[in-house]
Write a protein that binds this ligand. Structure first.
Ligand code: COA
Length: 161
């Protein structure tokens, strides 16, 4: 069991497949509660996770998964944050910010210059968090999630080291 409030990485070749199953099940449970079907990865989470160049960080509190962030780096050119969520009862305690920072750090280690993401403009908490973390709006993508749900594409550029 993880120490209190630890951000961990889900390992593909985890020695215990039970751990993989448990984490994925808990993540999918949160995913189902927080996202409508058209935005949810609940049905394809495992498939997404098994893709090359995709990572998942999760936050465990007292042995329970309470938040997660998924990210991917399709090439050395760019990376994206593909999911971020914190269980309702644990929101507004800084966990979303911690998970996002940890994922940004993982992307930085991949030597990419830019991290991008999509967010529904109606998701005010997420918009605030992304702006506060330095992301800027690139453009509005009409009908991104469904015919009547748009998305902002946002990006964060790293300074050249
Ligand atoms: C977005 C989300 C992950 C934030 O998680 P969280 O643990 O509550 O975030 P934090 O406590 O770290 O808050 C960080 C910042 O986010 C913003 N924020 C978080 N909740 C907010 C709210 N209810 N209203 C307005 N701003 C909010 C604030 O800027 C906050 O900083 P502050 O506390 O200094 O004001 C969480 O609200 C969530 O899971 N939402 C549903 C899923 C979702 O929308 N995911 C993003 C999809 S792209």
């Amino acid at each position: 069991m993880a120490a209190k409030g630890e951000i961990l990485e889900l390992k593909r070749n985890s020695s215990s497949s039970n751990n993989w199953d448990r984490i994925v099940n808990e993540v999918v449970k949160i995913e189902k509660r927080l996202f409508p079907k058209h935005e949810s990865l609940a049905r394809s989470f495992e498939e997404e996770l098994r893709k090359k160049n995709t990572g998942l960080l999760y936050l465990e509190l007292d042995g329970e998964v309470v938040g997660y962030v998924m990210y991917s780096w399709p090439s050395s050119l760019c990376a994206s944050i593909t999911k971020l969520a914190v269980k309702e009862s644990c929101q507004r305690q800084g966990h979303g910010g911690s998970l996002l920072r940890a994922a940004i750090q993982k992307c930085r280690e991949r030597k990419v210059q830019r991290v991008s993401l999509h967010v529904d403009p109606l998701r005010a908490p997420a918009m605030n968090l992304y702006k506060k973390s330095g992301f800027q709006v690139d453009s509005l993508i009409k009908g991104y999630y469904s015919s009547d749900r748009d998305a902002y594409r946002m990006f964060l550029d790293f300074d050249a080291d």
